[in-house]
Design a protein around this ligand. Structure first.
Ligand code: NAD
Ligand code: TDX
Length: 331
């Protein structure tokens, strides 16, 4: 099977590619990635000789058409992915997440290629902290940020292209991922690398916001389960029942890194900050026979911390610029 992976030099896409090469020898992988600030070829170094890499933009119809024509399956990870960036400059989010997805959909429509769309639980908006409810595939879309609204829009394009044009598409909406190779702009790697640099970690507001954490390898196993066994036209929610408050996650990082529990700063809250995400993944579990393997976040976090300790050459070059741009907005 010839798979075109967009965004395969980013955090989740590169984990997908490394895993595909390791566990699916029949799969020929081509990565299409623009290598934005978030893309890093080093993420693909372990498999570089065994894949084709094309540097290009998913909104470039010519390159997309050529690559899609040679694929049996497109797995679309490429996106502008960081909420905080979307509040500073939404333009690249509209272009990549909406126009880029549209460009891919037109190409898979032309060439009759199977398409899997990677999305987020953030399209559903947020839940109250004391609400026992979780997101289900029936929850109405209600995105809050420029990031999540462009992801929601891209999901809706996929649904329309599936219904109107018969594109053979599936969608998965996953909760917050953690693991190695995640960009230092994101919460968990930012705090780990802050501690490693001697910078105090930064918690937005009171840290009461809840995220539903899943290890990146569990997410990608679920993506393969959807590709292998998912029903065309369906949406699958992926999560590992990993709800934790931000303050609790930060305290766990501090404990695992031998720091006092209060060795962090409270900083300006995120504008429009979603309170809580929680995924009901029972459809994916029941229909696909998928279940997460990382059941202990303490162990998963300890492994992740160890990875950042050992790979300073990977994160150090971009760290100062990320902190400088947070400092500009008091975060
Ligand atoms: P990331 O920012 O680490 O990687 C994104 C990749 O896309 C980078 O390699 C970047 O170079 C590439 N890219 C960006 N714009 C591009 C363009 N115009 N053309 C080609 N390539 C482009 O993101 P991530 O955290 O790995 O997220 C991957 C996908 O998973 C996204 O669609 C995101 O919405 C979704 N998702 C992420 C999470 C999470 O917790 N990180 C959770 C659920 C869903
Ligand atoms: O320094 C920080 N301090 C802090 O308290 C940062 C960077 C974040 N936070 C808070 C904001 C969130 O409540 O931590 C939580 C997690 O923040 P992010 O890592 O930025 O993730 P989030 O905004 O929840 O979105 C993530 O999960 C869903 C991914 O970035 C998205 O791509 C995905 O769709």
């Amino acid at each position: 099977m010839r798979v075109l992976v967009t965004g395969g030099a980013g955090f989740i896409g590169s984990a997908f590619v490394r895993r595909a090469v390791a566990t699916r020898p029949q799969t020929r992988v081509t990565v299409l990635d623009a290598l934005t600030y978030a893309g890093n070829l080093a993420n693909l170094a372990p498999v570089r000789e065994r894949i084709e890499f094309v540097r290009g933009d998913i909104a470039d119809a010519e390159v997309v058409d050529r690559l899609v024509a040679g694929a049996d399956l497109v797995v679309h990870f490429a996106a502008e992915s960081h909420n905080d960036n979307s509040l500073r400059d939404p333009a690249p989010f509209v272009r990549t997440n909406l126009v880029g997805t549209f460009t891919l959909l037109e190409a898979v429509r032309r060439h009759g290629v199977r398409y899997h769309h990677i999305s987020t639980d953030e399209v559903y908006g947020d839940l109250a902290l004391d609400d026992p409810a979780k997101f289900t595939p029936e929850t109405p879309y209600n995105p809050s940020s420029p990031y999540s609204s462009t992801k929601a829009g891209s999901d809706l394009l996929v649904r329309a292209w599936a219904r109107s044009f018969g594109v053979a598409a599936t969608i998965s909406n996953c909760s917050n991922n953690y693991g190695p190779y995640q960009h230092v702009e994101k919460f968990i790697p930012r705090q780990i690398t802050n501690v490693l640099c001697g910078i105090r970690p930064k918690l937005y507001g009171a840290g009461a916001n809840v995220r539903d954490w899943i290890h990146v390898d569990d997410h990608n196993d679920a993506v393969w389960a959807v590709i292998d066994r998912g029903r065309i036209g369906e949406t699958y929610l992926i999560g590992a029942d990993g709800e934790r408050g931000n303050k609790a996650v930060l305290e766990l990082i501090l404990e695992l890194m031998g720091q006092p529990a209060d060795a962090y700063d409270r900083v300006a809250d995120r504008a429009g900050h979603d309170l809580r995400y929680a995924i009901d993944a029972s459809k994916a579990r029941a229909e696909l026979g998928w279940a997460p393997s990382y059941l202990d976040m303490r162990a998963g976090l300890a492994q992740t911390i160890e990875w950042y300790r050992r790979h300073e050459e990977w994160w150090r070059p971009g760290k100062a610029a990320v902190e400088a741009s947070y400092a500009e907005v008091g975060q």
